[in-house]
Design a binder for this molecule. Structure first.
Ligand SMILES: [Zn+2]
Length: 89
């Protein structure tokens, strides 16, 4: 019997809500992400699915944009692990 993947926390900065692994953010934070970014995240491959590194990078970039957008709307510093994972640009 396969065991459940470990729970993950909402990607929004300062949010500690536990969410299902197929989501990135809790419902409240995801609702704050602009529709265009939600679409970009859905269209890009998740890391590890298919092994296309460029697609994975697009996904991480889109998530980083979304996390920063939500942080700005809440007046929090936008630094996050997704942007960090992309390295310097
Ligand atoms: Zn959240």
């Amino acid at each position: 019997m396969p065991h459940d993947p470990p729970p993950r926390e909402c990607a929004a900065i300062g949010c500690e809500r536990t969410i299902e692994t197929r989501y990135i953010m809790c419902r409240d934070h995801w609702a704050k992400v602009p529709r265009a970014l939600q679409t970009a995240i859905h269209e890009a491959c998740r890391p590890g699915s298919g092994g296309d590194l460029r697609a994975s990078r697009r996904w991480v970039e889109a998530v980083a944009d979304a996390v920063e957008d939500v942080a700005r709307s809440e007046g929090r510093p936008p630094a996050n692990r997704f942007r960090k994972a992309l390295g310097r640009r």
